[in-house]
Design a protein around this ligand. Structure first.
Ligand code: MG
Length: 384
């Protein structure tokens, strides 16, 4: 019995971690790659263009150096060119763009009625309301590509919307949660980048170490699943085998588990509601210990700060995210200490006036305001 043909894939952020793994999954599942986009021209993008000679190629920033003429003829440039790829009819758009520019592409995909496989966190943090409105208004679909939200999404298949009592997001705890003796004021960049279970980019590794990444995921879950913040809990699960839980009103709890591997949520987003053959190494439960504990909210104040920004609503999540991006960059540059990351973000939330986000322009404005406020806070700290 054959399965129905799956949509061609548009990969935005094609040279990044999610993009590269999406291309790998698409190849293995024999899916057509219709288009690929990246922030700028790079050797890896040229290699992708060669590997997929029929794919449309776009970059947000025009090349500043001469490029191969054959490549240049295929190249569309500018942020609009990237969003245009998201509108290719009948595509599944995997949005692996890093940063605020991912929001426009997410909106474009949904407005065009496409399936959006969403790995760009900023889409929901900056424009959660806009994205969910675009989803409700049209015929597009949104399937999250993040292990926790994909797990929840999969647990909810076939369930009535009012059946959910709460969700529990699992967090590895990063490199420091299991080490209560480590003085977080003094940890180095190298120590903070050493994630125990997931191999990830630099910002998300730091965000995992502060638990800010989990705070973001709480806010994303609020938007994705229409849950109140008091229906979203976080539990520390160092093995990262259980990717999240859903507890239903009758007391039944579902979970999705397996080895930590982003190719699974990517493949699910490309193939849902069907399932394609194995995306990852088999999971052997024998001998596996699963442990769960409360997060240490005093040592890791990012978590409660995230809930606070989420409950504030409006521009709160956008400011939280933008300020964190600046603060993490400052930590990676050794301009501020590890615990100052969250202090900078808290400063920005205090400084930027509460506002609503009704348009893409307002979303980007809130993002810029959060960034500016964080830069000011970093500048004061750096000279001390
Ligand atoms: Mg995650």
């Amino acid at each position: 019995m054959g399965r129905p043909a799956l949509n061609p894939v548009v990969v935005l952020g094609a040279t990044g971690s999610i993009g590269t793994q999406t291309l790998e999954v698409a190849d293995r599942c024999n899916l057509t790659v219709a288009a690929a986009a990246a922030g700028a021209v790079s050797e890896s993008l040229v290699a992708i263009a060669r590997r997929y000679p029929d794919a449309q190629i776009a970059v947000a920033q025009p090349p500043t150096m001469p490029v191969d003429p054959a490549f240049e003829r295929r190249l569309a440039c500018g942020p609009d060119a990237v969003a245009d790829l998201a509108r290719i009819p009948g595509a599944t758009v995997v949005n692996g763009i890093v940063g605020a520019s991912g929001l426009a592409a997410s909106l474009a995909a949904l407005e065009a009625g496409n399936r959006l496989g969403l790995a760009n966190k900023e889409s929901l943090l900056i424009g959660g309301r806009l994205v969910m409105e675009a989803l409700d208004a049209g015929s597009g679909e949104l399937i999250p590509i993040d292990s926790e939200h994909s797990a929840i999404w999969q647990c909810l298949v076939g369930e009535p919307a009012d059946a959910v009592l709460r969700v529990v997001l699992t967090a590895s705890g990063g490199p420091f949660h299991a080490k209560p003796d480590v003085d977080l004021v003094r940890v180095s960049v190298v120590e903070a980048l050493a994630h125990p279970t997931w191999d990830m980019g630099r910002r998300i590794s730091i965000d995992s170490a502060t638990l800010m990444n989990k705070a973001f995921e709480v806010i994303e879950a609020h938007f994705l699943f229409g849950l109140d913040y008091d229906q979203i809990d976080v539990v520390i699960h160092p093995q990262s085998f259980v990717h999240s839980f859903v507890e239903f009103v009758d007391g039944v709890v579902k979970a999705e588990l397996g080895s930590p591997d982003m190719r699974k949520p990517i493949q699910f987003a490309l193939g849902a509601p069907g399932r394609m053959p194995r995306a990852a190494t088999p999971f052997d439960v024998v001998g596996v210990d699963l442990t769960f504990s409360e997060p240490d909210r005093e040592r890791f104040p990012a978590l409660d700060l995230g809930y606070r920004a989420g409950r504030r609503g409006g521009n709160g999540p956008a400011v939280l995210n933008a300020a964190d991006e600046i603060a993490v960059a400052a930590f990676l540059d050794e301009r501020i200490g590890f615990t100052e990351i969250v202090e900078v973000v808290a400063d920005a939330l205090d400084e930027v006036p509460i506002g609503s986000i009704d348009t893409l322009a307002a979303a980007l404005e809130a993002d810029a305001a959060g960034r500016d406020a964080a830069r000011r806070s970093v500048a004061v700290r750096s000279v001390r």
